[in-house]
Design a binder for this molecule. Structure first.
Ligand SMILES: NC(=O)c1ccc[n+]([C@@H]2O[C@H](COP(=O)([O-])OP(=O)(O)OC[C@H]3O[C@@H](n4cnc5c(N)ncnc54)[C@H](OP(=O)(O)O)[C@@H]3O)[C@@H](O)[C@H]2O)c1
Length: 310
């Protein structure tokens, strides 16, 4: 996906643009394996992405051996090439399962089913699934993981705050205007650091098996309000306008976004932002015993990095 400064439409995450330190994909790290058995690596899928990179960093900081699962990893893992799966799963006991590009794309349940079968056959005992709130397709994948035979935990996430810093949203915010096919519907944007904390707890601690953690921020904001907070804390105005779905799709196409990506984004925005996900949930508190991070704190820290400066 392009990362242009078009001011009529914005896209999310399929080709994330990392703006912070990249995860080292060159080697497995760590020497102990609390929470998994016998020094076995934990496979972190999407391990260079918004949540996976943070999960991998936390596990490594705990001294646990990590194997990054991504096409660009030293042991490449590709959802579209099952021939890459055995090497990625070799010796693994626990998996952070973040599907790419999105659990809502056709074929995701079939791929997740085949992956879980391969994982359990390879000896995986614990699977932590990153899911999406309010997505019926994601819930189908949750059912697959529940039935896998491994201990499972579902981390069912709201829209990531980091979509505003580590995806193509960045270009639009820098250009001063974001436009999406979403009106006055509030969303409790969740910080990817909170998602990673919950996932790591589920991967490494007892007591999280069989739990579905709905992870959100503590406060729901509309996109217009979110841009208002970014404007306030950066001192640079960022406007917001709601587009008709057809206009959004046309703007993406004009921006060079591939049709399948544009279709996915239009589908996600026009189905998920109908109010179904507006209420904050208690998954971070239930998993970690603390409150989730507020969007304003995320914006303050991101603004200080200069990520939204032109
Ligand atoms: N973004 C949100 O707000 C949100 C909210 C709820 C749930 N989710 C879920 O989060 C997951 C990922 O979200 P994201 O969009 O934020 O992406 P992301 O994790 O930031 O980035 C994509 C990651 O997946 C890897 N990847 C891409 N294509 C791959 C492939 N064919 N095979 C293996 N790995 C591949 C990428 O590395 P390589 O390019 O090196 O392969 C990268 O590590 C999706 O399952 C989505 O449903 C997202």
């Amino acid at each position: 996906m392009t990362n242009t400064t078009n001011t009529t439409a914005a896209t999310t995450t399929v080709n994330a643009t990392d703006t912070t330190a990249a995860t080292d994909t060159s080697a497995e790290t760590g020497s102990t394996a609390a929470g998994t058995s016998g020094g076995a690596p934990i496979l972190v899928l999407a391990g260079t992405g918004k949540t996976g990179r943070r999960v991998a960093e936390r596990l490594t900081a705990l001294g646990l051996p990590v194997r990054i699962g991504a096409r660009s990893a030293e042991t490449p893992f590709d959802w579209t090439d099952r021939g890459t799966w055995p090497a990625a799963l070799d010796g693994v006991r626990a998996v952070y399962l973040a599907y790419a590009p999105d659990l809502a794309v056709p074929g995701a349940p079939e791929a997740v089913t085949a992956f879980c079968e391969a994982a359990v056959a390879a000896g995986v005992r614990r699977i932590v699934l990153l899911s999406g709130r309010g997505e019926k397709e994601a819930e189908e994948c949750e059912d697959v993981v529940r039935a896998s035979g491994a201990d499972w935990t579902v981390v069912r996430a709201a829209w990531f705050a980091q979509n505003f810093t580590e995806s193509d949203f960045v270009g639009y915010i820098r250009a001063g205007h974001l436009a999406l096919p979403v009106g006055e519907v509030p969303e409790p944007f969740v910080d990817a650091d909170d998602i990673a904390d919950v996932a790591v707890a589920a991967l490494t601690e007892d007591g999280h098996a069989g739990e579905v953690y709905e992870v959100t921020g503590p406060r729901a904001l509309t996109f217009a309000e979110a841009m208002g907070e970014i404007s306030e804390l950066t001192g640079r105005p960022v406007g917001y306008s709601a587009l008709a779905p057809d206009d959004f799709a046309a703007a993406l196409a004009a921006d060079g976004v591939p049709a399948e990506v544009g279709d996915l984004l239009t589908y996600l925005f026009t189905t998920l932002f109908d109010g179904r996900n507006a209420r904050p949930a208690d998954g971070v508190r239930r998993a970690l015993g603390r409150e989730p991070r507020d969007f304003r704190d995320f914006v303050r820290e991101a603004a200080a990095t200069g990520v939204w400066n032109t």
